[in-house]
Design a protein around this ligand. Structure first.
Ligand SMILES: *[C@@H]1O[C@H](CO)[C@@H](O)[C@H](O)[C@H]1NC(C)=O
Ligand SMILES: *[C@@H]1O[C@H](CO)[C@@H](O)[C@H](O)[C@H]1NC(C)=O
Ligand SMILES: *[C@@H]1O[C@H](CO)[C@@H](O)[C@H](O)[C@H]1NC(C)=O
Ligand SMILES: *[C@@H]1O[C@H](CO)[C@@H](O)[C@H](O)[C@H]1NC(C)=O
Length: 800
């Protein structure tokens, strides 16, 4: 029972007023992030779309946000054996959630246009402003807008309400739930650049000059016709204007006009994988001398082509696509798409040898594509996992007929200026693709994309490759083969002009799939399932299919080259040897399997990889032979146990870039030396002693004080001499001081159902991860890790 005296009632009222004043941010012009100070409620809420609804008890949070990765109410885990998502969603829980945001707009802003832009909401979003519906958007992966101009109140509290429903079985992988990408507010004059209205493409390119076509759509939402001056400037990386052009047109009220400008850039620097040089296209709209709108588009100057003789060419040079499929989730962060989480994923994929990513099976966040542009990573941008025929009761198929056109527009118009994007994919493993009615849909989608953009190839991930899929594949520019290595040669004999690549392949067959690319000019690349591990489709990399409820507590797929924490798994080291010179790594087959094995597995289920560990700690196995696997692209490798040579073996294509040794176990140092004509490489595994201390390493020790920048801190449990103790599972506690917070913890254990949000995590294989997010205040952030019986460790991250 709460009893308030007169005085404390006044105090409460004052506090409430202060809170409201703090929330009432004022918005004036341009395009701004609209992520801060939302109120959130997990569950249904009666009348929460109405302005008068009392949301004061709702949690205040900043977007992006995903409630499915948060602990279930009353528990310390996001996972539930009985979750509707089951194995598909990694036993995570969806449901309904609500977001509300209060804001005010000054009355001097009257007459402008106000548009809310959502980068991604999973799913079935409904948006209200002041109780009036302004937008509905079913698909959880495409960006959409809501024009709120006509419902705005000036100088008063405005309330946006967003209802999000991730209900029922609607996904084959972890989707996340909520407003998991950025929200923007755009404020323009009535005459303005249309949303996604600028399209830049390279029409010719040589060392002397490049020609760029710039199409710019200007919309007139005023009530009178006006002379519009469109001024387009191309600015290089140093900020120097290379060329500009001005065009004039009178636009009728309520109409739009598409300007078509052709600009020449002399001595262009082409965008490629090594330098990823970017230009800015600045579009300015004037009425008379008054600048009414301005927008910057980042793009690259580059040409691409696809054919069965030269394969895929970037600026005239053949590039074999070293590709991987990647789902959208960010492991311990769930689906939350912080820019830095997206950028780090691209950085680590690039470091692991990838030059291409297939965004499976949906368009990624804009931040992901921006990172691919900056870092030099090619992208296949994919629209759908299903069309008219569903794979789950409540998945996108129920929306397809009404929405496919709008969702394709969202993908293509939003993403068409990214130099990284080289193909549009219409889908993945579409059911009944041998049927004429499904071929007709395939053609309809390809044709519609071609009406929006003709500068990329169109593909689709097709499984069950046989001649009866020819009509379906004929609707595409490039044939995406899922798991069809055996068809590369026979199909080429039949159809010599078909350009082929593996839209999906098995990690355990990476040698065969890569040689299929290396040996065949018409095979342009290989995209492994998957490059990065993900939540959901639990244990396809160990227990495989059929997937069952008793897989619990497995919740990760466990098939990725890189695990959900961003750490390389053995298959990624093997790929190093396939793709790069002078690589060397060594692993040991554990005498007992790492997990229980499946009692029954389909014989087509091959996403598992050899069970290998990267340590030399097998007490109790003394003198028993252990299998040691060395991956290397050196010419030969020599293995040593405690400085005693165990022999030299060749490692080249004829040995599949690996050498296998039988080694009677003896504690100490197991060392491999790789030799090539000009180089020696060296790698070793050590026997660790008892856990003694914690060791912290940050991927970045300086971050930006923007409220969304991240530092990923790896924790290792080490012995007194330094090596990581490979079986250590100590519970590590985190504490943090300064302007930052811990927003995620993980350890990549595919069977762990621990919280991803509490400031603690058990180590797995001697490691765990904490993710720190900056506040908007600068200063030093100190993170300290402690564990019972071990020396603690601290680290300082500067937030600037
Ligand atoms: C809103 O609800 C809170 C309790 O959740 C209550 O204290 C407050 O008085 C309510 N405000 C109004 C205006 O009804
Ligand atoms: C914009 O539209 C209004 C009517 O809606 C029209 O009067 C005005 O001239 C148009 N402006 C331009 C620049 O075309
Ligand atoms: C191997 O030999 C080096 C150099 O002779 C020595 O420093 C090292 O301790 C030896 N290592 C082992 C495990 O015996
Ligand atoms: C691989 O190495 C073996 C042994 O050195 C050599 O005989 C063979 O020619 C090599 N094969 C290739 C493809 O280089």
């Amino acid at each position: 029972m709460l009893r308030l005296s007169g005085n404390s009632l006044i105090t409460v009222l004052i506090v409430l007023c202060v809170v409201n004043a703090a929330l009432a941010q004022e918005y004036r012009k341009g395009r701004m992030l609209f992520d801060d100070h939302w109120r959130f409620h997990r569950g249904a809420a009666q009348d929460a779309e109405h302005s008068g609804f009392n949301d004061s008890s709702w949690r205040v949070l900043n977007l992006p946000h995903d409630w499915s990765i948060e602990d279930l109410p009353g528990t310390h885990s996001p996972f539930d054996l009985n979750a509707i998502s089951q194995v598909s969603g990694g036993f995570t829980v969806g449901g309904t959630g609500w977001y509300r945001k209060h804001f005010t707009v000054d009355s001097t802003q009257k007459g402008k246009r106000f548009v809310l832009a959502f980068d991604g909401v999973y799913m079935n979003a409904e948006v209200w402003l002041n109780g009036k519906s302004v937008s509905k958007h079913p698909y959880g992966y495409t960006s959409f807008q809501a024009d709120i101009t006509d419902r705005l109140k000036y100088g008063q509290d405005n309330i946006i309400s967003v209802k999000v429903r991730n209900e029922g079985e609607n996904s084959r992988w972890y989707s996340g739930s909520g407003i998991y990408r950025h929200v923007w507010l755009t404020i323009t004059e009535p005459v303005h650049l249309a949303q996604w209205g600028v399209a830049v493409s390279t029409t010719s390119l040589d060392t002397a000059a490049a020609r760029l076509q710039v199409m710019t759509k200007v919309t007139n939402e005023s009530t009178q016709a006006q002379q519009i001056h469109l001024s387009t400037h191309i600015i290089d990386k140093q900020g120097k204007e290379q060329v500009s052009m001005e065009s004039i047109k009178e636009i009728a009220p309520g109409a739009s006009f598409l300007f078509n400008q052709d600009l020449q850039v002399n001595h262009p620097v082409a965008w490629n994988l090594a330098t990823a040089y970017l230009y800015r296209v600045v579009s300015e709209v004037y009425i008379g001398t008054q600048l009414v709108d301005r927008q910057e588009t980042t793009t690259g100057i580059r040409l691409i082509s696809f054919d069965a003789v030269n394969g895929f060419r970037l600026n005239g040079e053949t590039v074999k696509l070293k590709g991987g499929c990647v789902h959208h989730d960010n492991g311990p962060l769930g689906a939350v798409a912080y820019d830095r989480a997206e950028e780090r994923k691209v950085e680590l994929l690039k470091a692991a040898g990838y030059n291409a990513v297939r965004c499976a099976h949906n368009p990624p966040s804009p931040a992901f594509l921006d990172a691919c542009d900056r870092l030099g990573m090619l992208v296949i941008d994919e629209a759908f996992d299903c069309w008219e025929g569903g794979k789950n009761q409540l998945d996108y198929h129920i929306w397809f007929k009404e929405w496919w056109q709008k969702d394709l527009e969202s993908m293509v118009l939003r993403d068409r200026n990214h130099p990284s994007v080289i193909m549009w994919s219409t889908g993945n493993e579409i059911p009944n693709r041998d049927k004429p009615e499904v071929v007709a849909v395939a053609k309809k989608l390809s044709d519609y994309i071609r009406s929006l953009d003709t500068t990329r190839a169109i593909t689709c991930g097709v499984n069950g490759i046989e001649e009866n899929k020819d009509p379906f594949i004929a609707t595409l520019d490039v044939a995406g083969y899922n798991y069809a290595l055996a068809q590369y040669e026979p199909d080429h004999k039949r159809l010599p002009n078909r350009v082929v690549f593996a839209t999906e392949s098995f990690p355990s067959q990476s040698f065969e799939y890569w040689m299929g690319v290396a040996d065949h000019p018409w095979v342009i690349g290989d995209f492994v399932w998957t490059a990065w591990d993900y939540i959901g489709e639990a244990s396809i990399g160990w227990l495989g299919y059929p997937q069952k409820q008793d897989f619990y507590p497995w919740n990760l797929a466990y098939c990725g080259d890189i695990d959900v924490c961003g750490w390389k798994r053995p298959q990624s080291y093997y790929r190093d040897a396939l793709w790069k010179p002078n690589q060397l790594s060594l692993f040991v087959k554990p005498p007992r399997p790492s997990f229980d094995t499946a009692t029954h597995k389909e014989d087509w289920s091959h996403w598992d990889y050899d069970d290998l560990v990267n340590h030399w700690n097998f007490a109790g196995q003394e003198n028993k032979p252990l299998q040691v696997v060395v991956y290397s692209s050196c010419d030969e490798v020599e293995l040593f146990l405690n400085n005693k040579s165990l022999g030299t073996k060749p490692t080249n294509r004829s040995t599949k870039f690996m050498a296998i040794f039988e080694v009677p176990y003896q504690a100490g140092e197991l060392k491999a030396i790789g030799r090539s004509p000009l180089l020696r490489s060296y790698r070793a595994l050590y026997t660790a002693s008892q856990p003694a201390e914690l060791r912290l390493t940050a991927d970045r020790t300086t971050i930006q004080a923007n409220g969304q920048d991240l530092s990923y801190i790896t924790v290792e449990v080490a012995d007194k001499n330094g090596p990581t103790v490979p079986n250590a599972e100590n519970l590590v506690h985190f504490s943090i001081k300064g302007p930052g917070s811990i927003i995620g913890v993980g350890n990549a254990n595919p069977r762990s159902v621990e919280s991803c949000q509490l400031p603690e995590r058990k180590a797995w294989h001697g490691k765990c991860l904490a993710i720190i997010k900056s506040d908007k205040k600068a200063g030093d952030i100190t993170i300290t890790a402690t564990a019972a019986g071990l020396s603690p460790a601290s680290l300082i991250i500067q937030s600037k």
